[in-house]
Ligand binder design. Structure first.
Ligand code: NAD
Length: 381
């Protein structure tokens, strides 16, 4: 039977996003004070989940966490993932059914300055999380967020989930280590083949560089531009030729929600690693992103560093193959690169230029726009 456009639209409108699995569900999120964590918490709140968050206090001013008032949407606890007793005690009391682990030291350049801390937070912190989950019998689905940088990069070819893990800089290597920890816990304590003897589906998610409103971390392309342009300065673009799988934060976060939903429904089949990258892995350079952002901003200047300084190595090209998530989760990126840049700049323009800008209401409306854009493919939600 072929459905007409009206019928498809009606079907989509009647659908509850993500099959309604998060409504009333207890969810534990680490890293809820961060950029992606704040977007995830807002979305989970919109879906009716009861969220408990655990992370350090936001380390940027401003921060998305404060701008949206995320502490009013979730039960927020400030603490360190290196403090196992605190993390584990809180998780046991919270009795979550779903756990999203996002807490990390996520900046490549900072990892060169603070390698020990980066490994401690990203590796030991992940092991603490996994051990806390092991001691919390209520958990049914746990999703550990790593990165596309966890692969041993092979000169720009498409990276699939079976590619070898590795990483040159301490950040990438620490995330590859986190992946190994996940796979060791899965094999040792939660093997999918023995589901029934245990009740946990354990997965990891590898997404590319994300952009979106409300990121103020240092050493990130669009936050650097927005900060500079808001004060009328030229932005410093370190690696204009770098090719990255740029995507809007809502795209991989939708992927995490799709995956967790499937883990709850078909736990055995989804306890694996998953890539979430842009649609056709376009060859978009940092310079092209900056040009698009400058035009959406209404004219922003930028420059590249002077030659001669020490250049820290960053992978020149990363391309993710997300075919597995498309085929088996039904996940599809919704915002293409151009729309991702436009939506991101719209958010910052509102923040910096509109009096009385309501970050929470605006971010909510962007989630609604995202869902509406996805309704062209009604099977998505
Ligand atoms: N932003 C990206 O482009 C990108 C790309 C791929 C993967 N990721 C991954 O997504 C996750 C979230 O990244 P983000 O961009 O939101 O970063 P972010 O810096 O905005 O947030 C990091 C979060 O981790 C928390 N955190 C850091 N150290 C901690 C500690 N010792 N104990 C407890 N909490 C701690 C922070 O408080 C914050 O809540 C990270 O795991 C990151 O590696 C991000």
């Amino acid at each position: 039977m072929v459905l007409g456009t009206r019928a498809l639209e009606k079907m989509a409108m009647s659908r509850v996003p993500f099959g309604g699995v998060f409504a009333g569900r207890r969810v534990f999120v680490t890293g809820h004070t961060g950029f992606k964590g704040s977007w995830l918490c807002l979305w989970l709140h919109e879906l009716g989940a009861r969220v408990v968050g655990y992370a350090l206090a936001p380390d940027t001013k401003p921060s998305l966490f404060q701008a949206m008032g995320v502490d009013r949407l979730v039960e927020s606890h400030l603490g360190d993932v290196r403090d196992f007793d605190r993390l584990s005690g809180l998780m046991r009391r919270a009795k979550p059914e779903v756990v999203f682990h996002l807490a990390a030291q996520p900046i490549v350049r900072l990892s060169y300055r603070q390698p020990v801390e980066t490994f401690a937070v990203n590796l030991q912190g992940t092991v603490h999380l996994l051990e806390a989950v092991r001691r919390t019998p209520s958990v049914r689905a746990c999703l550990v967020v790593t990165t596309d940088k966890c692969y041993e990069n092979r000169a720009g070819r498409l990276l699939t989930e079976t590619d070898r893990l590795g990483g040159h800089d301490p950040y990438s290597a620490s995330k590859a280590c986190a992946e190994l920890a996940v796979s060791s816990y899965r094999d040792s304590f939660f093997p999918p083949a023995q589901f029934g003897r245990h009740k946990l589906s354990l997965s990891s998610a590898r997404a590319g560089n994300v952009i979106g409103g409300g990121d103020w971390a240092g050493d990130r392309l669009l936050p650097d531009c927005m900060r500079a342009w808001a004060r009328g300065a030229a932005a410093l673009v370190r690696n204009p030729d770098s090719v990255r799988p740029w995507q809007h934060a809502l795209d991989p976060i939708a992927g995490y929600l799709h995956l967790a939903r499937r883990q709850l429904r078909r736990p055995k089949a989804h306890a694996e690693a998953w890539n979430f990258g842009p649609a056709s892995a376009p060859n978009v350079t940092a310079a092209e992103i900056v040009r698009a952002a400058a035009s959406a901003w209404g004219g922003g200047k930028w420059r590249t560093p002077r030659r001669g300084g020490v250049r820290l190595r960053e992978a020149p090209a990363l391309r993710l193959d997300s075919g597995k998530a498309r085929r088996r989760l039904g996940w599809h990126p919704i915002f293409g690169t151009a729309r991702a840049v436009a939506e991101t700049v719209r958010w910052y323009r509102g923040f910096y230029r509109e009096r009385g800008f309501d970050a929470l209401a605006f971010s909510r409306s962007q989630i609604q726009d995202f869902l509406a854009a996805g309704r062209a493919r009604p099977w998505l939600w």
